[in-house]
Design a binder for this molecule. Sequence first.
Ligand SMILES: Cc1cc2nc3c(=O)[nH]c(=O)nc-3n(C[C@H](O)[C@H](O)[C@H](O)COP(=O)(O)OP(=O)(O)OC[C@H]3O[C@@H](n4cnc5c(N)ncnc54)[C@H](O)[C@@H]3O)c2cc1C
Length: 594
Amino acid sequence: MSYTAPVKDMLFVMNELAGLAAVNALPGCEDATPETAEAILEENARFCSEVIAPLNHSADKAPSSWSDGKVTTSPGFKEAFRQFGEAGWQGVQHPVEFGGQGLPKLLATPCIEMLNSANLSFALCPLLTDGTIEALMTAGTQQQKETFIANFISGKWTGTMNLTEPQAGSDLALVRTRAVPEGDGTYKLFGTKIFITYGEHDMAENIVHLVLARTPNAPEGVKGISLFIVPKFLVNADGSLGARNDVHCVSIEHKLGIKASPTAVLQFGDHGGAIGTLVGEENRGLEYMFIMMNAARFAVGIQGLSVSERAYQKAVSYARDRIQSRDLAGSPGPVAIIHQPDVRRMLMSMRAQIEAARALSYVAAATSDAAHFSDDEATRKSNQAFYEYLVPIVKGWITEMSVDVTSTGVQVHGGMGFIEETGAAQHYRDARILPIYEGTTAIQANDLVGRKTVRDGGAVAKGIIAQVRQTVAELQGDAQLQPIAARLADAADALEQVVEYVVANVKSDIKAVFAGSVPYLKMAGVVLGGWQMARAAAIAAGKLKSGEGDGKFYEAKLATARFYAEQILPQALAYRTAVVDGGAAVMALAEEQF
Ligand SMILES: Cc1cc2nc3c(=O)[nH]c(=O)nc-3n(C[C@H](O)[C@H](O)[C@H](O)COP(=O)(O)OP(=O)(O)OC[C@H]3O[C@@H](n4cnc5c(N)ncnc54)[C@H](O)[C@@H]3O)c2cc1C
């Protein structure tokens, strides 16, 4: 089998680190019992590994194709998507009133991880639809919700996100698509959107585009952007499909990776105007789109985790099979390369970073649930702040890590890693988009510095660092855990110094601070991932002492946490130097010297 879902580690993280029991106790989360979670994960694992994963490599070789405005997806996708919808997987975290299962994000997250490990290109369609549902749930009218959401959840229709234009990428203030009111509550849209994921395809009856556009006389910049629903087929009052709307796919891109995911150029209004309806109020579009983007950014972070896990599984399997060189300690003949210490180092670094990423992102998901469902306002607020601090880290750190981890996966394969049939190269190519779309790493880092650190004077960041230090204190009494505690303590100090540097210098030397924004983001990921690994180590040590559960699993967890503390966490100290001392060097050359 090409992918085996790591259900055991997922359940460990959910139960022991993210606090599934506490999430289950939140109002509205009564169905999310540990037993239900296990059953859902097992069933999802089966579906993803048996139905979706086998299409990954074949779809890379036979990508989606465009002809005369229509897009045909890779062989097997349409049927797999039908099964996905029918099985109810689109609805895991969405409201019961529209046919969803209404389960918390903590339970949806491993399902998203598995789907993306199975097939990143396929999973993008549900990922964008999830975002569309979230945006409509927040800002849509009751009628808009009723018209669209049940159809999204059943898999009949899919959603897209239309921000990017040729001149407007990271900077959405430059969006030029026009929306002209028709006087009957509808608008006509005119413009070009590029890079629209699943902007056209053959897997659903209708494609519903959420589009950023400007109304006449709207203010300049981001304050003049509104959000519109523009379906491919207009929807009649009784919910049936009406006329073809004036939005057309003029081409799809040829890409480095995620080749099976159609990336469309959409032309709005070439034949009189694409009919759209406003979501929420005029000029508040970006605010609503941010709701969708936050959900999507978190999910893209999970994509990084997913593709890393898949690459790791492939690398382990190759390392067991490939016979080359003798064992350093002596062997009668050549042995499997998994005996070589450097191959072990590569596999351990992949594994440790994956486990840390899983732990941090699932903890973030649980925090989002507490922010959403708790009946106590102070709890909601503090969890929301924690979650918002973590979103750019989950997105930025995990996706950057996935490029390294999948590259290491290629390295484990030696020359065969560079050859397409092996499949390791596909994971590396697929991973490369992840630090780019949904806001590049620099855009995530700007968010981390500006909105998430400077705005509150570093208060949330310092609150999290205090929790890290609490974990250090808990570990210190145990001789076995002491080495992990010592490294984590150093890393927490370094992170605090960086937060203080950012807050203290942003006014006097803004360019130097932002020159260190990506290193700060990566450092925060390394440290907070290390924090979760330290917590995992403490739990594993406790279980081993009490003899409870699967001893082999806990021994492995302890070993991986120790590896992380000794091989990955020290990176935090180098990042501190880069941020605190290295900003001036970044800007030292004049533009003409490049
Ligand atoms: C395969 C694919 C799928 C996509 N899917 C969608 C989709 O479904 N919907 C959609 O709307 N868009 C989509 N996009 C667009 C994607 O979100 C953008 O490509 C991305 O946000 C970057 O914008 P850009 O390409 O214009 O790069 P630019 O904005 O031109 O960035 C170029 C470089 O400059 C840096 N940079 C720019 N501004 C800043 C800044 N303020 N601070 C620091 N550095 C900066 C960037 O980090 C980057 O390194 C997709 C793109 C691809 C390739």
